[in-house]
Design a protein around this ligand. Structure first.
Ligand code: ZN
Length: 228
């Protein structure tokens, strides 16, 4: 695997987001697939999935700009929103969620339910709240990470939830390799050391990695707050 190198600290120009996707579309070795599709074994190309995690109020504000690029380029991305009201009121996502539906993008739940002692009760409450707020039940979810905080609880929740997906009306998550096992994740939220809390990305966003291999799954994960 070629050595990745530091490329830029956030915020990143949105032109870089577009540039990455245009490269991916032109790269014959890979294809961008709908985020929630089931794994389908062997294929002639690498499979790249695009996921937006809406972590903060700044993410809510910046998401429409990324969505317009997804729409223009026909990227089958998926958007994951929180309903825990911790960093933004869930209601503030309503317009963005409708826009996703207009352009045919999947919207699901982004959850940190494992921070509660009864993570399943919290998860169930979040699913209900999501349904009430947005008018449909989520079919997929992703996990909101908090570094090493309650890591064991998080792993435990993921291991259990994948056995009860149907019970919760869910079809897909990428939190366990049973559903999808990423060979490599390109993300915009690498954390600089030294307690600066500064986020950065590697040159894997500037130049799409050459090491993508057929039949393997790759993720391009964004947090729209870092893009302007
Ligand atoms: Zn998150």
């Amino acid at each position: 695997m070629e050595q990745r190198r530091f490329y830029a600290t956030s915020p990143y120009p949105i032109a870089l987001y577009r540039r990455f996707l245009e490269q991916a579309l032109a790269f014959r070795r890979c294809e961008i697939r709908p985020f929630t599709e089931a794994s389908f074994g062997d294929g002639p190309r690498a499979r790249l999935y695009v996921r937006h995690d809406i972590d903060t109020a700044a993410c809510v504000a910046n998401t429409p700009a990324l969505l317009e690029i997804d729409r223009e380029l026909g990227i089958p991305a998926a958007v994951y929103v929180r309903v825990d009201d911790e960093d933004y009121p869930a209601e503030s996502c309503r317009a963005m969620v409708s826009r996703c539906h207009e352009i045919g993008l999947e919207v699901g739940l982004h959850t940190a339910c494992y921070t509660h002692d009864d993570s399943f009760a919290a998860f169930s409450d979040e699913l209900d709240k999501f349904t009430t707020l947005f008018g449909f039940s989520p079919l997929s979810f992703t996990m909101h990470g908090l570094g090493t905080k309650r890591q064991l609880e998080r792993q435990d929740f993921c291991a259990k939830i994948i056995k009860s997906m149907k019970k919760y009306g869910l079809r897909f998550t990428d939190c366990r390799p049973e559903f999808r096992n990423y060979d490599y994740v390109i993300e915009d939220c690498h954390l600089e050391g030294g307690g600066s809390n500064q986020r950065f990305l590697y040159n894997d966003v500037y130049r799409i990695p050459k090491f993508f291999r057929p039949s393997r799954d790759y993720l391009f994960l964004t947090h729209p707050c870092y893009w302007t």
